[in-house]
Design a protein around this ligand. Structure first.
Ligand SMILES: [Zn+2]
Ligand SMILES: [Zn+2]
Length: 187
């Protein structure tokens, strides 16, 4: 069974959605329904997002609730807890298989409903994305940034599983800080 269509964009959507709440500063980038609409718009990869949605106040609350459930996956203590956290999402949004035949594609399964509120749709897509990431890479691929001033999450796709930060920006900042600390220690 091929679920590779849940490998790339859906995982990125999950990571980006969790990181709309800056856990280090509590700054929330989903402050209004239009922020939800903008998030969907910027993550539109044709098949994955429905840019025509008009997000309402209720959608904002539901997407924020989903975001908290997604963060639980990254903060889980082990693979089993992470699987439980993902299953909560898939159950919550009622993700059920739907056989899909796009033009030019072999028949394959989708789990997000065609017509649904943003939170339900996002929950099915991101829940499946993290499922595939866990199945294929294991829970050690799931990380929270090691920077002292950042708590963003990431999924490590590097070959040697060496990633410790959410982004190059954080890696650079931490390297500079470590370098300066060494200089101070030597001075
Ligand atoms: Zn498809
Ligand atoms: Zn970071």
């Amino acid at each position: 069974m091929d679920f590779s269509h849940y490998s790339d964009a859906p995982v990125q959507i999950a990571v980006d959605l969790v990181n709309t709440l800056d856990a280090a500063t509590s700054e929330d980038h989903l402050a209004s329904p239009s922020d939800v609409a903008a998030f969907l718009e910027t993550h539109d990869e044709g098949e994955w997002c429905r840019p025509g949605w008009k997000a309402a106040e209720r959608d904002l609350h539901e997407v924020r609730a989903l975001r908290a459930l997604l963060r639980d996956v990254f903060e889980a203590g082990d693979e089993s807890d992470a699987a439980d956290a993902i299953n909560v999402i898939l159950t919550d949004v009622g993700a059920v298989p739907r056989l899909s035949v796009h033009a030019g594609a072999d028949p394959h399964l989708h789990f997000e409903p065609l017509e649904a509120a943003p939170a339900r749709w996002l929950g099915a897509v991101t829940g499946m994305g993290l499922s595939v990431a866990l199945i294929e890479g294991g829970f050690e691929r799931f990380g929270i940034c090691g920077s002292a001033t950042c708590a963003d999450v990431f999924v490590d796709t590097s070959r040697n599983r060496s990633r410790r930060h959410c982004s190059d920006t954080c890696t650079t900042r931490e390297n500079v800080a470590a370098y300066r600390a060494r200089q101070r220690a030597e001075a």
